[in-house]
Design a protein around this ligand. Structure first.
Ligand SMILES: Cc1cc2nc3c(=O)[nH]c(=O)nc-3n(C[C@H](O)[C@H](O)[C@H](O)COP(=O)(O)OP(=O)(O)OC[C@H]3O[C@@H](n4cnc5c(N)ncnc54)[C@H](O)[C@@H]3O)c2cc1C
Ligand code: FES
Ligand code: FES
Length: 493
């Protein structure tokens, strides 16, 4: 590999000003820096774990589509991940001279605020939405606000404000739209292809120049913490006070964020965020769209990566079960060496994955189901939006011409210490006619596959019953024998 140039500072734009920081702790969050270092206290701290949205800011990043502004949670976003971006806080919102910004004025006029603590976060989420979609549907507004909680106003007033923003001004005339070219040029100038290294000894952070550089850095320092979207690692710091140094930041890393399709297989780079994967997956594997809509809120989907969701090995991560059911494979890389394994075998035991020191997840390869294949994913949570899975079932089925089961893969999250196939259930289905009688017989086999736990999300009994019933639901959906119940946010729409 050609020699990599090293830079010892993080550079980004905060609102209108260029910032260069040569002293940054690996675990320094954007929120603390804004409030404590820069005295920009419009951005609030509510939960410090990515749930409430009070800390929402916009981060503009250069991508293939140009400069894109996305809402993110400043409380779990590390300063080390901001190189070459434009951070926009609520202090930067401007209207015509002497006036509030259209989003702010709409919130005032439609009584979208009471105590005001959540308001800057709502304003920033709505600002991000308004810029990409000036006349959003109710569904789009609700989706943009999934990651913002308000304890006192009631959401209807905020919805009314959101629908009215465009009557207060034009998104195309907003300062961020008008200054887009100039900001793009400033960000481009910051992208110099260097590796960033700050600090010394263990107290170091590294932002590799690209994926090859990442492979080399991790190979040398296998004990370092890999930080991608930080939607898990952020909480290790804010909730568990864990030391993450030395840390290697790989969010938006060149060579790790591509998504491509070839010969019926979609290859997703480990650094691709949920937001960036959504359009491809929702189009090519439609059942994945509604699932992605229920992972976190927009802020989490804008930061969280598919590689992080797999690498963390959580038994309640939402992407492994459907990817296992689809027959996905995983490429792991250590230095220059790569190996590709079945995703299913990556999960060895609770907290243990088939990953060697210095090795990282590079990409996941997802076969697109052939025409006629039936595929579904169902996530069960206490609350519909922005909630962690209690149980999740993914179903992949091919029927033979005579109506018997030719091929079936069923995988669950929340039912065992790892994301796991329902092998005994699959065996009971294989070769049998796809009838309710077969399903009822197979449902009795769940006890051989899973011994779920009771925790704050669900009891063991509830999980066991729900898992069995998801198979029945999949049968109803695929056989047309019963009308499946769909709970929609827009019953009346
Ligand atoms: C409010 C909130 C809501 C959430 N809701 C959901 C949800 O609904 N469903 C769900 O599944 N998850 C949810 N999560 C968890 C989290 O968003 C996901 O697990 C996410 O995909 C993690 O990706 P990341 O890029 O943020 O990972 P990070 O936090 O950066 O890293 C996670 C782990 O993976 C490792 N890692 C990251 N990338 C790689 C790589 N390429 N190779 C090897 N190791 C790597 C890190 O070292 C770390 O151990 C939620 C989180 C929050 C804060
Ligand atoms: S403070 Fe609650 S999401 Fe950041
Ligand atoms: S206005 Fe008080 S929390 Fe939303």
């Amino acid at each position: 590999m050609a020699k990599v140039r090293i830079r010892n500072e993080i550079r980004f734009i905060l609102n209108g000003r260029d910032v260069a920081l040569s002293s940054v702790a690996p675990d320094a969050t954007l929120l603390d820096w804004l409030r404590l270092d820069r005295s920009q206290r419009g951005t609030k701290e509510g939960c410090a774990e990515g749930d409430c949205g009070a800390c929402t800011v916009l981060v503009g990043k250069l991508s293939a589509g140009g400069l894109v502004y996305e809402s993110v949670n400043a409380c779990i976003r590390f300063l080390g991940s901001l190189d070459g971006t434009h951070v926009v806080t609520v202090e930067h919102l401007r209207g015509l001279p002497g006036q509030l910004h259209p989003v702010q004025q709409a919130m005032v006029d439609f009584h979208g605020s009471q105590c005001g603590f959540c308001t800057p976060g709502f304003v920033m989420s709505l600002y991000g939405l308004w810029m990409r979609s000036p006349d959003p549907s109710n569904e789009a507004i609700e989706k943009a606000l999934q990651g913002n909680l308000c304890r006192c106003t009631g959401y209807e007033a905020i919805m009314r404000a959101a629908r009215a923003i465009s009557s207060y001004g034009k998104a195309a005339k907003d300062p961020l739209a008008v200054e887009r070219k100039a900001i793009t040029a400033r960000l481009q100038a910051m992208h110099d292809g260097a590796r960033i290294e700050i600090g010394a000894g263990k107290e170091r952070l590294v932002v590799p120049a690209n994926v090859d550089d990442f492979a080399a850095v991790l190979d040398k320092e296998p004990g370092a913490t890999i930080v991608a979207g930080s939607t898990d690692v952020g909480l290790w710091v804010t909730k568990h006070m864990r030391d993450i140094s030395p840390a290697i930041f790989i969010g938006d890393l060149d060579g790790l964020c591509t998504i491509a399709e070839d010969k019926g297989v979609i290859t997703i780079g480990a650094g691709v965020t949920y937001t960036d994967a959504f359009s491809t997956l929702a189009k090519r594997i439609p059942a994945m769209g509604p699932l992605f809509d229920r992972i976190g809120g927009d802020q989490v989907r804008n930061m969280g990566t598919i590689g992080g969701n797999i690498a963390n090995g959580s038994p309640i991560g939402d992407t492994p079960p459907p990817l296992i059911a689809l027959g996905a494979r995983l490429t792991l890389r250590k230095g220059k060496k790569r190996r590709t394994i079945s995703l299913e075998t990556f999960f060895v035991a609770y907290g243990k994955q088939d990953r060697q020191p210095g090795e990282f997840v590079e990409a996941v390869h997802v076969p697109i189901p052939a025409k006629g294949t039936k595929f579904a994913v169902h996530k069960i949570t206490k609350r519909r939006d922005e909630d962690i899975t209690a149980a999740l079932g993914a179903f992949f089925l091919n029927l033979a011409k005579d109506g018997t089961v030719a091929d079936v893969r069923i995988a669950y999250g929340g039912m065992a210490a790892i994301p796991k196939r329902a092998s005994a259930v699959e065996k009971a289905l294989l070769g049998k006619p796809w009838t309710e009688q077969t399903i009822v017989t197979a449902m009795a086999k769940y006890a051989e596959d899973f011994t779920p736990l009771t925790d704050m999300r669900a009891s063991a009994e509830y999980r066991a019953l729900a898992a069995r019933n998801l198979l029945l639901r999949f049968f109803a959906e695929t056989s047309g024998t019963r009308e499946p119940i769909q709970v929609s946010r827009h019953e009346a729409a």
